[in-house]
Structure formats: C-alpha cells, structure tokens
Design a binder for this molecule. Structure first.
Ligand code: ZN
Length: 299
C-alpha cells in the first residue's frame, strides 16, 4: 500500500514520533492583540501547558524511555524558561514553531523571514543550538517557506501532509526533508471547545480520541509508515488524556516493531539513507504555485 517505505532502524515496522506543539498562550495574543490581556480564563487554559502539562509529559516520557519533540514558538521559549529546562533536561528536541505563532502565509516574505530568524535565535539562546526542525504555526506554510528553511540550514519540516512516509521538498535554495502528518493526528478536533480560539468542537472522551490515533498507528505499522502526532500540552496533557497517552505507549511497546524517535532523529535517518543510496524519496518541487492559477486570471 505504501510504494516506497523507508527501512527503519533495526527492522522496525513503523517510526513513531510523539510531537507536541507547546504554544502556551502565544496564539491568544496574536489572535486578540488589543485585548488578550482581558481573556484570563483562556490564558489559564493555555498556561496549563508549560506550567503543569510539560513536567507531567516529560516525567511520563522518562518512565517509558521515549524521546519526544516540542515545537515551541520563540516567545513561549522566552516566557516559560522552566518548561524549556524540563524539556532539555529530559533530552527531548526543541524545534521551531514561529515566534508568536504568527501566520507566515499572511505576511510579506521579509516579515516571515524576520520572525523565523528571531525564533531560531530564541531557541539557540535557550538550548545552545539552533533548531533544525520546523512546523509552521497553524500549518500556514507559505510559498516562500521552503526557500527560507533551506537557506537557514534547517534539516526538516513537519507541517505538510503530502505522503505517508518522509519525502523531500526541493526549492531554488536547497532541499529539506518533510515529515508528514495529517489532520487526524491533531488533538484540536478531538478536545478543543473555546470561543477565544475560535474553535468549537464536541469534546470527545479520551478513548474515542485514541481510536483515531490507534487506527492510524495500526495502518502505519502494517505498511511501514510514519506516525507523527500534533498534540498540545495544554490539551492532551490534561490528566485523563495524558493517562491514555501513557496506555498508548505501553501498547506500542508491547506490540513491538516500533522505532520511537524525535523528529530530528527520523529526519537524520532519512537523510543518511538517501546519502547512502538505500532510499530514493519522492521529491516535491516547491512551491507548487507562485501566483493564482491562470484559469482564474482576468483577461
Ligand atoms: Zn501551534
């Protein structure tokens, strides 16, 4: 069913990457720039991420010996240093997720680059190294993003949804690895009910949400794919939900054939396999379009 599976290390059938987008309250401020300070309940909801959920998740990861990736806006890195310390002390990856969760594809290219560089610098200051992985805030990847990531020396992106296995994005400025996921792997549709975030979904029980992620896992295990979550500490790090995450890890470990890795480790493995000639990835030339399609142009 998958035409070009990657040979995962030690004959594993699936690569599993637990990735968390540690937005904290960054996106509340960008969505409501004039009165975010008045929306205290939502502030508290989102601060639960760095303050309560991150220590819990890091402790859980340690218990199972699993390393994870935390895509974190630069502003949140600066604002919540204790949470970042937990992540780094746990040996997890700190990756790029914009500066203040701004929308890259709604801004001029020079502004996109400015925020990209500013957030990289915030991560470098906190961790001692520049991030190598990126996920666009709100998945708002722009027609310039591949160029910018390649020129800034990024190894990989994990925003796009174009395959079941890693593939390559190629632009005039270079190549990066894409670690794809899709919307079913996001925890917003399962659990978020908040009008300040303009996101109103019927809240599912954790076991119902897990059914979605488990179905994805079983299929990826069967056909040697890649399983990447887009979860949020303030959301899936809530007690009942996090308990189910722990059960899921136990299930995966018992089943076997699972390579648990950070996104960076997976991207490195794919790059090494490409360099050694043992894997030939699908290559997407980016961007797909630079302007509106000609059929819609006025004559
Ligand atoms: Zn986010």
């Amino acid at each position: 069913m998958i035409k070009n599976p990657v040979a995962w290390p030690d004959g594993a059938r699936v690569a599993v990457s637990f990735t968390w987008d540690l937005d904290a309250d960054s996106l509340l401020h960008i969505m409501h720039p004039t009165d975010s300070y008045r929306r205290v309940a939502t502030q508290s909801l989102m601060r639960y991420g760095p303050e309560v959920a991150v220590p819990r998740i890091v402790e859980m990861a340690k218990r199972y010996g699993v390393k994870m990736t935390f895509y974190t806006p630069g502003w949140s890195v600066e604002r919540y240093p204790r949470a970042i310390e937990y992540i780094l002390e746990g040996g997890h990856e700190l990756a790029h997720h914009g500066y203040l969760h701004e929308n890259p594809n709604e801004r001029p290219p020079e502004e996109e680059l400015y925020w990209l560089q500013r957030a990289s610098e915030a991560i470098r200051k906190a961790s001692g190294r520049k991030p190598v992985g990126y996920r666009a805030p709100w998945f708002k990847y722009s027609e310039h993003t591949t160029d910018f990531l390649a020129q800034e020396g990024f190894l990989y992106d994990s925003t796009l949804m174009g395959d079941d296995v890693p593939y390559v994005l190629e632009s005039a400025k270079g190549r990066i690895i894409e670690l794809p996921f899709h919307w079913a792997m996001d925890d917003y549709p399962q659990y978020i009910q908040n009008d300040d975030l303009n996101y109103l979904m019927p809240i599912k029980a954790p076991n119902q949400a897990m059914e979605v992620w488990m179905a994805e896992f079983e299929a990826m295990w069967e056909y040697r794919g890649l399983w990447v979550t887009v979860w949020h500490p303030f959301n899936s790090g809530r007690l009942a939900r996090c308990t189910h995450v722990a059960h899921l890890i136990e299930y995966m470990q018992k089943k076997g054939g699972v390579w648990f890795a950070t996104s960076e480790e997976i991207a490195h493995h794919v790059q090494k396999s490409i360099d050694a000639g043992t894997h030939r990835p699908r290559v997407d030339r980016m961007p797909y379009y630079r302007e509106p399609i000609p059929e819609l142009r006025r004559t």
